[in-house]
Ligand binder design. Structure first.
Ligand code: PLP
Length: 380
């Protein structure tokens, strides 16, 4: 008898992919008893990231991307009652920290060629608020699925209106925009090392800045804002957001294989594109001129919600995980009161788009199984 599960073993959307030396760094943490939210792996991981991102950046390793967004907004001076303009087409973690600070998110729709924040709608929103005598405090822009947002346009708007940009690069480590690495393009930037991201520490994140003083401030706030005194003294509200030295060890091992992970994810995209783009009504997001995506997730656009669901359910029936594109924040029940500047773009993407299995550890037969099913399911 043949093995009953082999043909239908689970194919995940994006699962962790260890490189081999992670356990060596974790073992070092145990051997030296640095089982704490500080130690040589934390410092080493920060150095690895700084070297990789280059551009003279400083990196503070934190417990999650969400924590990094929270601290980033705080360092940009966001507080109670402030307006923060946020890309609507994203994961909720981009927007939730705005609410943590008592500020008000206002959602901006996407442009069609990058699926990220529309510079035109962003500028319309800024002008609208300025006309009412309100100056938005910050902009949250996201490189969704690894595709860079239009950083040159965002930079121009940021300078012209004197509003800082918090760059959410949680999904885009390894992507570049006109040769510059994502994660270095904002006034402040964040990364995520959650289990489903391109590299992982199981859970973790980082804040990236061009200022040594801001990095120091981020580390200070992330370690309970302890003043320089022999006793515990505090002049500010702090957070417990530093990355564990054990988990940073996983990150050090993962940094050794980051380039291979980007290559593998881009190869997945190419395979899907070559084999599916002939199908009627199936299309792919191309890289706009100057953009290089790490292709964290390969996404297809179908012709209709019905076609999208037919494909998704066919994959699910064969134990293959796929997922609709992010549901825009302005459609989320939790943000139903929020103002938004939208033109239907992200709603349409949400209706018709599907993320396909995209892990760097997918086998050729995983890809074949997925592609064959899509070919069968794309017509009724
Ligand atoms: C994953 C993700 C985050 C949050 O990162 P965590 O490390 O999971 O807290 C934020 N923004 C986007 C776009 C993400 O995909």
């Amino acid at each position: 008898m043949t093995h009953p599960v082999a043909a239908d073993s689970k194919i995940w959307l994006s699962s962790p992919h260890m490189g081999g030396s992670e356990q060596k760094y974790v073992q070092q943490a145990f051997d030296t008893n640095w089982i704490a939210p500080l130690g040589p792996n934390v410092t080493g991981f920060e150095k690895d990231l700084q070297l990789y991102l280059s551009d003279g950046v400083e990196v503070a390793a934190l417990s999650s991307g969400t924590a990094a967004l929270h601290l980033g907004l705080k360092l940009l001076g966001v507080g109670r009652g402030d307006i923060v303009l946020c890309q609507s087409f994203t994961f909720s973690a981009s927007a939730n920290p705005i609410a943590y600070l008592g500020a008000t998110p206002v959602f901006i729709d996407s442009e069609k060629d990058s699926w990220n924040i529309s510079p035109d709608l962003l500028e319309e929103a800024i002008r609208g608020y300025l006309a009412k005598g309100i100056k938005p405090k910050a902009i949250v822009a996201v490189h969704l699925y690894g595709m860079p947002y239009k950083a040159d346009a965002l930079r121009r708007i940021s300078h012209q209106y004197d509003i800082p940009v918090l760059e959410d690069s949680a999904e885009a480590l390894g992507s570049t925009y006109h040769g510059q690495k994502c994660g270095t393009l904002g006034t402040l930037s964040i990364l995520s090392f959650n289990g489903n991201k391109i590299i992982t520490t199981s859970g973790g994140g980082a804040l990236v800045t061009h200022s040594a003083a801001l990095k120091e401030k981020a580390v200070f706030l992330s370690t309970q804002a302890r003043d320089n005194a022999p006793h515990y003294q505090h002049s500010e509200i702090g957070y417990n957001y530093r990355l564990s030295n054990v988990l940073a060890g996983i990150g050090r091992g993962q940094m050794e294989v980051l380039d291979q992970r980007v290559e593998a994810r881009r190869a997945n995209y190419e395979t899907y594109r070559q084999r599916l783009q002939g199908l009627e009504d199936i299309s792919f997001l191309q890289e706009p001129e100057g953009s290089m995506s790490n292709r964290w997730l390969t996404c297809i656009l179908t012709g209709s919600f019905e076609q999208r669901e037919r494909i998704r359910l066919a994959l699910e029936a064969h134990n293959i995980e796929s997922r609709p594109l992010w549901k825009p924040m302005h459609l989320q029940p939790v943000f139903e009161q929020a103002e938004h500047f939208t033109d239907g773009t992200s709603e349409d993407l949400f209706d018709r788009g599907l993320c396909l299995p995209s892990g760097s550890n997918l086998s050729e037969s995983d890809l074949n199984r997925t592609i064959d099913l899509i070919c069968k399911a794309h017509t009724p």
